[in-house]
Design a protein. Structure first.
Length: 262
């Protein structure tokens, strides 16, 4: 794949500049550097391979050459969107889930709050949104997305914090990587037209895995158990405890697991 070829494949989308690299340490890190030069909105950076990719809390993200889809998109949130900035993870996750729907998977496509996409209960995609600030003003947002396409995209089982899978194992026939990229970007841009309205929130919430089930919320070494009862309008997770007390956990600060997985 060459940069010109990729740009041509995506030329029906309203993107900014498209950059393609055979190898990068991290697409998000490079995109944040690029953001300082104020490129057009929806400028896109794609890497064939990441050598130091990471997710939330600096957890490593395995991205093998030819088997993974790794890219970062530059976005300039509006004032209304800035009020719910963490919900961009939900926007990206829903865009990925809808993209996978278009390939007619036989297994359920769900979102594990706040930023993972599951196929048949196994993680196949992760999202990391990182904001760039100039003093107290938001300069822009980088939306990083990784998708496990082929078998070699999966790390060793001993490195997994949550069960993982890839599209090659779950979709027949497995889609081509650049087709997946096109579908995700198209859905992201389309969903932004209803973001962050109640319609968007209802579509996102309908996808949430483990809803109304017993879960464990982890924040470092601290763990809290309860029933995942839903989300607040700002995306916070709502946890109902046995005592009847309801707790709210902000997007991005904690991790969710089904109770029986601990």
């Amino acid at each position: 794949m060459q940069q010109e070829e990729l740009a041509h494949l995506l030329d029906d989308l309203l993107l900014g500049e498209v950059r393609f690299f055979c190898e990068l340490p991290s697409t998000n890190t490079s995109a944040l550097e690029w953001l300082s030069k104020k490129p057009m909105e929806y400028s896109l950076l794609v890497a064939e391979q990441q050598t130091a990719g990471h997710g939330r809390l600096q957890r490593s993200w395995h991205a093998a050459a030819g088997a993974s889809l790794s890219f970062s998109l530059i976005v300039y949130p509006t004032p209304i969107e800035q009020a719910v900035l963490p919900l961009f993870s939900a926007l990206a996750a829903l865009a990925v889930a809808q993209a996978l729907d278009s390939f007619q998977p036989t297994k359920a496509v769900q979102i594990k709050w706040p930023n993972d996409v599951l196929l048949d209960g196994r993680k196949c995609s992760g999202i990391l949104c990182e904001a760039a600030w100039q003093a107290d003003r938001l300069a822009g947002l980088v939306v990083g997305i990784g998708v496990n396409i082929g078998k070699h995209s999966l790390p060793p089982a001993s490195d997994l914090l949550f069960p993982a899978t890839c599209l090659q194992d779950m979709l027949d026939p497995p889609p081509e990587r650049w087709e997946v990229l096109h579908h995700i970007l198209r859905n992201f841009i389309g969903l932004r037209e209803i973001f962050p309205t109640p319609l968007f929130l209802s579509q996102w919430q309908a996808r949430l895995a483990f809803l109304h089930q017993a879960v464990t919320i982890s924040n470092g070494d601290q763990k809290t158990e309860g029933i995942f009862s839903g989300t607040a309008p700002n995306g916070d997770l709502l946890l109902q405890q046995k005592s009847g007390r309801q707790l709210a956990f902000p997007l991005g600060d904690v991790s969710l697991r089904p109770l029986d997985s601990d």
